[in-house]
Design a protein around this ligand. Structure first.
Ligand code: PHE
Length: 469
C-alpha cells in the first residue's frame, strides 16, 4: 500500500487546519450573527461552547482521523459499517456548505474590484449597490465560478503542495490586516459603545434560538461536525501532539472571530450604524465605514476584502477536500476526476443559491436555496455531526484505544483526559440534543422549523442508505 501523504511540517498542518477554520464564518458570519442575536450574551455563550464543546470535538476528530489514517467516511466505516452514515453526513454537509459558501466568496472577490473602482466615492449608494449586486442574476454567478476555479486550482495540486503553501502565505497576511483595521476603529470617537455591545452581556435577549445560533456558529467557525478535522487529522504523523494542535487551532480561530468583531462594531457605533444588518453586514457596513474615513479608507477597504477572499479560500478548499478525499479513498477516483466531479455538483447548487437571493428559483417552506442550505448545515447537520463524532469516540472506541491515540501511547501529557472523556461521552451529546431541541421548537415561530425537521429526516435517510456507500 502506498504511504499516505503527510503534512510537510507541523507549521504547515496548523496553518492548513487554522486556514480551514478561519474563513467567512469568522469575518462574515460571526459579526452579523452576533449583531442579530443581541451582542454580548451571544458572544459569551459562543465562547463557552467553543472552549467546552468545540475544543473537545476537534480533539476527538483529530484522534478519529489519525487512528485509521483515513478520511471522514473511511475512518468511520473501517471501524464498523453501521457508522458509515456519520461520515456520509459530513460529505453531505460539505457539499451543501459548498452550495452557498462560494457565492459569498464570489461577492468578496467582486468587492475587491468594486472598492478600487470607486465604490466608496458615493457612500449613500453602498447599501443599494450591494442589494442590486446580489440580486442580479448573472454577475454574482460569474464571480462565484471564478472563486470556485481558484479552489479547484489549489485542491487539484494535492495536499502538501497546494493547501499548505496557500495557508502559509495567506493566514499571516489576514491576521495583520485585521489588527490594523481594529486599531483604526478603536481610535474613533464613540467606539467604546461598540465594545460594550460586543462584550457586555444582556441576558434578557437570550432565547433557545440564540443558544442554537451560538452552538451552530461554534461548529461552523471551527470547521467541526463534518469530517474536515477527521480528514486533516488523517494526514497527521503519529508523533504529533493532537491536544496542543487542537488547542492552537481553536485559539487562533476564536481570536480571528473576536478580532473581526472588534474591527467592525466599534467603528459601526462610532458612525451610528445599527448592528442587526444581516448577511450584508460586512459588504455594506465596512465600505460605509471606510468611505467616511476619506482617502486611506479605499486602501483599508481593499485590504479588507482581499483578506476576506483569502480567508474564504483556505476554508472552502478544505470543504472541497472532504468531498474529494471521499471520492479518492472510497470510490477510487483519481484526484483530477474527483475534483471535477465534486465541483460540478457545487456549481449547480451555488447557481440555485445565488439566484434565490434575487427571488428566482424553487422555494422550500417559503425559504430560498441560499437560506435552506445555510439553515440545514449550520443549525442541524453540523451539530448532529458533532453529536455523532462524540458518540463514536466515546462509546464505539474503547477508552484505552482513545487514550492511546490522544496521548500518542502515553508519551503526551494530557492531565484532564478523564474530564475530556466525560465531556465527549456524556455531556457534549446531551448538550447538543438539548440545544437542538430548544432551537427547533423555537424555530417553528420564525418559519425555520419545518426545514430543520427536514434536516433530521435527511439524517435518518442517510443513516438507512449509507451502508451501501
Ligand atoms: N470554518 C469555516 C469558516 O469559518 C467554514 C467551514 C465550515 C469550513 C465547515 C469547513 C467546514 O468560514
Amino acid at each position: 500500500m502506498a504511504k499516505r501523504e503527510n503534512w510537510g511540517s507541523k507549521l504547515g498542518f496548523i496553518m492548513a487546519a487554522a486556514g480551514s477554520a478561519v474563513g467567512l464564518g469568522n469575518i462574515w458570519k460571526f459579526p452579523y450573527t452576533a449583531g442579530e442575536n443581541g451582542g454580548g450574551a451571544f458572544v459569551l455563550i459562543y465562547l463557552f461552547f467553543v472552549v467546552v464543546i468545540g475544543f473537545s470535538v476537534m480533539l476527538a476528530e483529530f484522534a478519529v482521523g489519525r487512528r485509521k489514517q483515513l478520511a471522514a467516511v473511511g475512518a468511520f466505516k473501517s471501524e464498523d459499517r453501521r457508522w458509515t452514515f456519520a461520515g456520509a453526513l459530513g460529505v453531505l454537509s460539505a457539499l451543501l456548505i459548498m452550495g452557498f459558501y462560494p457565492v459569498v466568496g464570489g461577492w468578496s472577490l467582486a468587492y475587491v474590484g468594486k472598492v478600487f473602482t470607486g465604490l466608496l466615492s458615493a457612500p449613500d449608494a453602498i447599501g443599494t449597490t450591494f442589494d442590486s449586486f446580489i440580486t442580479n442574476p448573472f454577475v454574482p454567478l460569474m464571480w462565484m465560478v471564478g472563486y470556485l476555479v481558484l479552489n479547484i486550482m489549489i485542491v487539484v495540486k494535492g495536499i502538501s503542495t497546494g493547501i499548505e503553501k496557500a495557508g502559509k502565505v495567506l493566514m499571516p497576511l489576514l491576521f495583520g490586516i485585521l489588527i490594523a483595521i481594529s486599531i483604526k476603529g478603536l481610535t474613533l470617537p464613540g467606539a467604546m459603545a461598540g465594545m460594550e455591545f460586543l462584550f457586555k452581556p444582556n441576558f434578557s435577549v437570550v432565547n433557545p434560538s440564540v443558544v442554537l445560533a451560538a452552538l451552530g456558529q461554534a461548529f461552523f467557525s471551527l470547521s467541526l461536525g463534518m469530517g474536515i478535522m477527521i480528514t486533516y487529522g488523517s494526514y497527521l504523523p503519529k508523533h504529533e501532539n493532537l491536544v496542543s494542535n487542537a488547542a492552537i487551532v481553536t485559539v487562533m480561530d476564536t481570536a480571528v472571530a473576536l478580532l473581526a468583531g472588534i474591527a467592525m462594531f466599534p467603528a459601526m457605533f462610532a458612525f451610528g450604524i445599527t448592528p442587526a444588518q444581516g448577511p450584508g453586514l460586512v459588504f455594506v457596513v465596512v465600505p460605509t465605514i471606510f468611505a467616511e474615513m476619506g482617502g486611506m479608507g479605499t486602501v483599508f477597504a481593499g485590504l479588507f476584502f482581499i483578506a476576506l477572499s483569502v480567508a474564504a479560500l483556505t476554508s472552502s478548499v478544505s470543504l472541497l477536500e472532504v468531498v474529494v478525499a471521499y471520492l479518492i479513498d472510497e470510490k477510487g477516483f483519481n484526484r483530477p476526476k474527483a475534483v471535477v466531479t465534486a465541483s460540478t455538483v457545487m456549481v449547480a447548487l451555488c447557481v440555485l443559491a445565488s439566484l434565490s437571493l434575487g427571488d428566482v428559483g424553487p422555494k422550500l417552506f417559503g425559504k430560498g436555496a441560499f437560506d435552506v442550505f445555510d439553515l440545514l448545515t449550520d443549525k442541524i447537520f453540523l451539530a448532529f455531526g458533532g453529536f455523532f463524532v462524540s458518540i463514536f469516540a466515546g462509546w464505539k472506541l474503547s477508552k484505552s484505544d482513545l487514550k492511546n491515540e490522544v496521548t500518542n501511547g502515553g508519551s503526551v501529557k494530557f492531565a484532564i483526559f478523564n474530564v475530556w472523556y466525560v465531556l465527549i461521552k456524556f455531556i457534549i451529546p446531551l448538550t447538543i440534543l438539548w440545544v437542538a431541541y430548544g432551537g427547533i421548537k423555537e424555530g417553528f415561530e420564525s418559519g425555520a422549523g419545518p426545514i430543520m425537521i427536514i434536516g433530521l429526516v435527511i439524517i435518518a435517510i442517510t443513516g438507512i442508505f449509507s451502508r451501501k456507500l
